[in-house]
Design a binder for this molecule. Structure first.
Ligand code: ADP
Ligand code: GN1
Ligand code: MG
Length: 361
């Protein structure tokens, strides 16, 4: 699997001999492994340094955010070892190891007895994920935001994502644009919409908060015994952002009736029951930290993040699949199609989404 695994494992403070190393999870960016020792399990991750070009700054963010969360969790009487990630440091005290091939590695305690999902099986789990991500935001509401490094510049700056798409479409380096004409047209139709949140920000109406920025359902761990959302993971993109990005990204992934890479678009729908339970959970977790405008804009956030992710997948398809991991040739095109179908679905069910929000605000 990895010719230098012994070197990497040796660098970290793992307790006991390693009995098993297994590729783990379904992330599109990093490489994740689960390590089993006689009395403990660990997560070992290779950070994708094409995507995260400053891994040391990224780890500073993770260190600051997890320490801050641990204090909050202790104050609330919770379990700081299960309710946020715990870094395992290297034997030299650092939180990052650069191996002899130049790859960057970090490790966490494995939070046992938990599950994460790629598709909602029970609406209660999606309610729990809303509560989990909402709580994440309220716990970090007084985190000193200026201390955070930008691990990816303009990560959710949708207008820049649109511009990058138009550039690659113009260059069409792989000659793939002809395979995606309906999808390209759908994106171009949204050229004014992409500015909505950033225009409000410029007008001083929408502030930055400490946000997670990758609130997919599989980035929250659900406790098997209690069924509660116990821990938000994947902290690489915790940065200043809009609360609506976190709300919206969860909806685009979790309130869909199908996987992100479902090929049969008939199966891809926006499930309003799931939308509703997420609204309820996120508002409860956010504990009054959201403004009226943010709540009003929930449907905009959902559509924005879905459209943005569609744009990113299609950009990567046109570029030749250089960013997201893919399993087959048109994987990114298939993913872009599901996102754009969901954008249609959201437009169709706009009023119904607003009615649901009125019930819970
Ligand atoms: P990626 O950035 O590639 O998405 P993640 O950090 O999200 O990687 O990890 C991949 C998966 O591994 C997660 O979706 C989650 O299921 C699981 N996972 C991550 N960290 C832990 C942990 N500390 N304990 C248990 N499971 C974890
Ligand atoms: C990536 O790493 P992962 O799989 O949790 C991506 C997100 C996308 C998501 C689409 C750093 O998330 O922004 O929304 O894929 N992460 C990064 O599934 O680009
Ligand atoms: Mg992840």
């Amino acid at each position: 699997m990895l010719d230098n695994i012994n070197e990497i494992v040796e660098a970290f403070n793992f307790e006991g001999e390693i009995l098993e190393i297994k590729a783990y999870g379904n992330g599109h960016i990093n490489d994740t492994f689960r390590l089993t020792c006689p009395s403990n399990k660990y997560i070992l991750q290779r950070i994708n340094d094409d995507v995260f070009t400053k891994p040391d700054q990224l780890m500073d963010n993770v260190e600051m955010v997890t320490s801050f969360l641990k204090e909050k969790i202790k104050e609330e009487g919770g379990d700081p070892n299960r309710e946020t990630l715990s870094l395992i440091h290297c034997k030299n005290g650092k939180n990052l190891y650069k191996d002899s091939h130049g790859s960057f590695w970090r490790a966490y305690d494995f939070i046992d007895g938990t599950l994460s999902y790629d598709l909602v099986e029970d609406p209660e789990d999606f309610y729990q994920s809303g509560l989990g991500f909402g709580t994440f935001q309220s716990r970090l509401a007084d985190f000193p935001i200026d201390k955070l490094n930008f691990t990816i510049e303009k990560f959710h700056h949708t207008p820049s994502r649109y511009e990058a798409f138009m550039t690659v479409l113009h260059d069409d380096p792989q000659g793939r644009a002809k395979l995606a004409q309906p999808e390209i047209e759908k994106i171009i139709k949204q050229k004014d919409f992409v500015h909505t949140l950033w225009d409000l920000n410029k007008a001083g109406k929408l502030d930055f908060k400490v946000t997670h920025n990758d609130t997919k359902l599989n980035n929250v761990l659900i406790d098997e015994a209690s069924g509660k959302a116990i821990c938000v993971v994947d902290l690489d993109t915790v940065m200043p952002g809009f609360a609506l990005d976190d709300f919206g990204d969860s909806i685009r992934f979790g309130a869909s009736t199908a996987l992100e890479d479902e090929k049969d678009l008939e199966k891809v729908r926006l499930d309003l029951e799931l939308f509703e339970v997420y609204v309820k959970g996120f508002l409860e977790g956010a504990k009054g930290s959201l403004s009226d405008l943010e709540i009003d804009l929930f449907p905009v956030g959902a559509k924005m993040m879905t459209l943005e992710t569609g744009i990113r997948f299609l950009t990567d398809f046109l570029q030749g699949d250089t960013y997201f991991k893919t399993a087959y040739d048109d994987h990114n095109l298939v993913r872009a199609r599901t996102q754009l179908k969901l954008v249609d679905e959201m437009e169709r069910q706009w009023d119904a989404m607003n009615q649901i929000i009125e019930k819970y605000r």
